[in-house]
Design a protein around this ligand. Structure first.
Ligand code: MRU
Length: 349
């Protein structure tokens, strides 16, 4: 049977002009590959987290806008560009927090602008090349994040991670999982603890699944157990990903990350954020400026339960991300190196 890590998280099918994703809402029970052809199919797949994780969202958006642009029926640049921008804005509205979405779409727009005097067919070809480049770079960047992150770890370390910043969230290796995978190949024998990550269970469904598939020693814990495992001395480092890092190092990541960071500080465990530099948004000065996605109540009240487990009509607050203040972060590890506090200058690598 094919291992989940043998599948590509996001791929382009040039022959029938589609984006192929693993439908992550069905994991770990079913590995279903889904083909996306239209702008609304791409938007829905991102919105419903069929493809998710900041870097993978960026790659899906890049392939997505290429597919959509390829189908624009216009000979003149002005007409083509106007339609491109309309579709770009639409795709960009699918999820607000992960800045890699806007980052990838902006890179694609830059290709159109740079080629505004070229025939539309040539622009479309340049868009295809750029989207493929974004994906290829993502693989290389994650590998470098892994190498940099591994220098902070020792064989036998206990590692806690939250959500899924794994291969399923990127094109390969993941960000927070990259040092784990590279260390595993070098016999580091890490013991990983994966928070289940309510409400959408990315830790339980995705991180535990992909680490197990790779043969990594992983134990699943509920979100409210991170303090207990740190108190027992089982954790030597916390590794998490990021959806957006502001210029001062404040970091938005999956809801529940903040409490892990606070607990890590209490128990003197280093708290590391691992992300590509494309996740750093120098336009947001601090975490307060990061838009935080709020999602539907059903994710908390009934999803995953055999029957509804909450009173009908209960009020629900469901922010999908929280912001960990820079004072709680030991280091931010990117493909360029290891940034330590005070962030700001150190992030301009
Ligand atoms: O809502 P999700 O599943 O897209 O949230 C994902 C996360 O919070 C990840 O930690 C983050 O995107 C980094 S993925 C390398």
């Amino acid at each position: 049977m094919k291992n989940i890590l043998d599948y590509e998280t996001v791929a382009l099918d040039e022959n029938d002009s589609s984006v192929i994703i693993i439908d992550q809402t069905k994991l770990p029970n079913e590995v279903t590959l889904k083909k996306l052809y239209t702008e609304s199919e791409i938007w829905e797949a991102i919105y419903h987290l069929e493809v998710r994780g900041a870097p993978a969202i960026g790659v899906a958006a890049a392939f997505g806008i290429y597919i959509v642009a390829k189908n624009i029926n216009a000979e003149e640049y002005a007409e083509f560009y106007a339609e491109f921008i309309k579709q770009k804005n639409y795709l960009n509205s699918s999820r607000p927090t992960a800045v890699n979405l806007a980052w990838a779409l902006n890179r694609m727009e830059a290709v159109c602008l740079a080629k505004k005097n070229a025939p539309v067919a040539e622009i479309k070809e340049a868009l295809r090349l750029e989207a493929n480049k974004i994906k290829a770079e993502d693989i290389e960047i994650c590998r470098k994040i892994g190498e940099n992150g591994l220098t902070l770890l020792k064989p036998g370390d206990g590692i806690l991670t939250h959500c899924n910043a794994g291969q399923l969230a990127t094109s390969k290796y993941g960000t927070a999982t990259a040092p784990i995978y590279l260390g595993h190949e070098r016999n580091y024998r890490f013991r990983v603890f994966a928070d289940e990550t309510r409400p959408l269970l990315q830790g339980a469904r995705l991180t535990a699944y992909e680490l197990m598939a790779h043969g990594v020693d992983v134990s699943l814990i509920c979100d409210n157990m991170s303090a207990a495992v740190m108190q027992k001395g089982l954790i030597q480092a916390v590794l998490v990903g990021a959806d957006r890092i502001s210029a001062n190092g404040d970091t938005a990541n999956k809801i529940g990350t903040l409490v892990v960071a606070i607990v890590a500080k209490q128990y003197g465990v280093p708290f590391y954020v691992l992300a590509p530099t494309s996740t750093i948004d120098f336009n947001t000065k601090c975490g307060d400026e990061i838009p935080i996605e709020e999602r539907g109540a059903g994710e908390i009240t009934e999803m995953w339960y055999e029957k509804r487990m909450t009173p009908h009509g209960v009020k629900v607050f469901n922010p999908s991300f929280d912001v960990t203040g820079n004072e709680l972060i030991t280091a931010i590890i990117t493909e360029k190196g290891i940034a330590r506090p005070p962030f700001g200058e150190s992030l301009f690598v």
